[in-house]
Write a protein that binds this ligand. Structure first.
Ligand code: SF4
Ligand code: SF4
Length: 388
């Protein structure tokens, strides 16, 4: 078998013409959109709509990439295109509508004649082929019932997996609060990565196009800082795409849990140079000082010690900016183990019960939950030459 192919293109901003041209360039080595969408087929476009945030915050897939992909799918002959996601946390019809509007997806879908779908309500059980942990998943029906699934992740850091891209974006095919339950059922990071690979094989995305025009560095996937990368990446192989994208973001790809799990399974490359990058060489996009999440210091420790550390001394959530807390209860309502109770309008954390999934930090609309790393772990990482 030959090396997996990732198409790359420069894209310095989100003007529609630029995004459209970059998409065409990135898809060219893969055979163009026609290689994925045949006339008469139905298409579902899975964007990242983690939470209510405008496109400038770089939390969600940019709507202009969604527009370009929808146009290309119709041009290839798609009979219908739907677009959607299941956001993090609990959604109501009102909150979903607000999220769709704020993200810019509602406007794009209205203009392009596309149905906008919340993947929470209509669920179907889908079997996993060649599974490691899971035999099947309950998934949003629309995402898997379409003839072609196209996934549009955003290049971002991720506190739990270190990096979120093509593999992690599929987690949004799991409806609503069921996602939080997975953090409860699969608290170990390596196991969680294995679960995501099972999910990938259930979802079968035909094509992944990454929005790496502006990514998110630091405390992603929601509380980080937008960072310009200037790229679009496309591949039929979400793992190969993630290995290249995480390298562009300055990671050793094997520090990313999903990449490492894929390599262990023999379905993923260990480094970007094992991928055929067609177009702009990946090093030309490299952002060497891309800020990484600080919380998973255990990834820099030897594996046996890392497991022990993860269980006992992983960074813990805390209310970092009490004055900014709006008492909205989102953190308490979405903690999968009920380790947060509200007291005087502020969250109080039960660290014995907390499984360090960081859902609270990820979903806090005010971004006032931070993470505290035990000093002894920071010192151990520094001693090994890592960033604490
Ligand atoms: S989610 Fe954030 S703003 Fe809302 S109660 Fe929790 S800490 Fe406060
Ligand atoms: S307190 Fe936060 S990090 Fe801990 S289990 Fe609950 S949601 Fe996860």
């Amino acid at each position: 078998m030959g090396r997996p192919v990732v198409g790359t293109a420069r894209c310095s901003d989100y003007t529609p013409t630029q995004v459209g041209n970059a998409l065409e360039t990135a898809l060219a080595p893969l055979g163009g959109m026609k290689a994925f969408v045949a006339p008469g087929q139905t298409v579902f476009v899975k964007v990242n709509l983690l939470m209510k945030a405008g496109p400038d915050r770089a939390v969600t897939t940019h709507p202009e990439l969604a527009r370009a992909v929808v146009k290309a799918a119709f041009a290839a002959g798609a009979s219908s295109v739907a677009l959607g996601d299941s956001p993090g946390g609990r959604s109501t019809p009102g909150s979903a509508k607000a999220l769709f509007q704020t993200s810019g997806m509602a406007a794009v879908c209205a203009q392009e004649g596309v149905r906008l779908v919340l993947l929470d309500d209509d669920v179907v059980r889908v079997p996993v082929e060649g599974r490691q942990l899971y035999a099947s998943f309950d998934l949003g029906r629309e995402a898997v019932a379409a003839d072609v699934l196209i996934s549009l992740p955003k290049l971002k850091t991720h506190g739990f997996m270190m990096f979120t891209g093509g593999v992690k974006n599929l987690f949004g095919c799991i409806p609503g609060l069921e996602k939080a339950q997975f953090h409860l059922k699969v608290p170990d990071r390596d196991d969680f990565a294995e679960m995501l690979l099972d999910l990938m094989s259930a979802c079968h995305p035909a094509l992944t196009v990454m929005d790496a025009v502006v990514g998110m560095e630091g405390e992603g996937p929601a509380g980080g800082t937008p960072r310009r990368v200037g790229a679009l990446l496309a591949s039929s192989d979400p793992v190969a795409l993630d290995v290249v994208a995480s390298s562009i973001a300055g990671f050793d790809p094997m520090d990313v849990y999903t990449n490492r799990a894929a390599m262990r399974r023999g379905i993923g490359p260990a480094k970007a140079d094992d991928v055929e990058v067609s177009g702009v060489p990946w090093r030309e996009f490299l952002v060497g000082d891309f800020a990484h999440p600080t919380r998973d210091v255990s990834s820099k420790l030897p594996p046996a010690l890392a497991k022990w550390v993860r269980k006992r001394v992983s960074s813990r959530p805390m209310l970092a900016q009490p004055a900014g807390c709006t008492s909205c209860r989102t953190c308490a309502d979405n903690c999968p183990v009920g380790a947060i109770r509200m007291e005087d309008g502020r969250p109080r954390f039960d660290y014995d019960g907390c499984i360090r999934c960081y859902c609270c930090q990820e979903l806090c609309p005010a971004q006032v939950i931070g993470l505290q790393t035990p000093w002894i772990v920071s010192a151990a990482v520094r001693a090994r030459g890592g960033k604490a």
